[in-house]
Design a protein around this ligand. Structure first.
Ligand SMILES: Nc1ncnc2c1ncn2[C@@H]1O[C@H](COP(=O)(O)OP(=O)(O)OP(=O)(O)O)[C@@H](O)[C@H]1O
Ligand SMILES: [Mg+2]
Length: 112
């Protein structure tokens, strides 16, 4: 199992959810976040030095899937959220040791 975590533009969340549903994935988690990437947003002048301090609002979407779904999920995310402009976001993939469905006690891929 892997966790596919993506940081996306809030405006792309509906497209992402449609893409995830099409893959038959059963759950996800969304968090509102703020952050910055390479361009760091707007610039401010402080003692003659340019400090770049602007944080951009993004959504963090976490989806735990079995190994076979990682590649199709990543492809689907790219297709759903890419605008080709800077700030499109990032995808991070983490190993997941275990998943347990609390209601039934099922474990592993059965619990996803
Ligand atoms: N290295 C990182 N670690 C954690 N979060 C990051 C990292 N880089 C970007 N993010 C998060 O992703 C959001 C979007 O980043 P962004 O798409 O601007 O990345 P980038 O590397 O600057 O790529 P691009 O050149 O396409 O803009 C940031 O606002 C931040 O929340
Ligand atoms: Mg950027």
């Amino acid at each position: 199992m892997k966790k596919v975590e993506c940081i996306i533009r809030p405006s792309r969340i509906e497209e992402l959810i449609v893409a995830v549903e099409k893959l038959g994935i059963n759950g996800l988690n969304i968090t509102q976040i703020a952050g910055y990437g390479k361009q760091k947003g707007a610039t401010n002048i402080y003692r003659g030095v340019e400090y770049e301090v602007k944080l951009k609002e993004k959504l963090k979407v976490e989806i735990v899937v079995e190994e076979d779904k990682v590649e199709p999920l990543v492809d689907a995310i790219l297709e759903a959220v890419r605008t080709d402009e800077v700030g499109d976001g990032k995808i991070f993939i983490y190993p997941i040791e275990e998943t347990i469905r609390i209601r039934t006690g099922e474990k592993g891929v059965k619990a996803i």
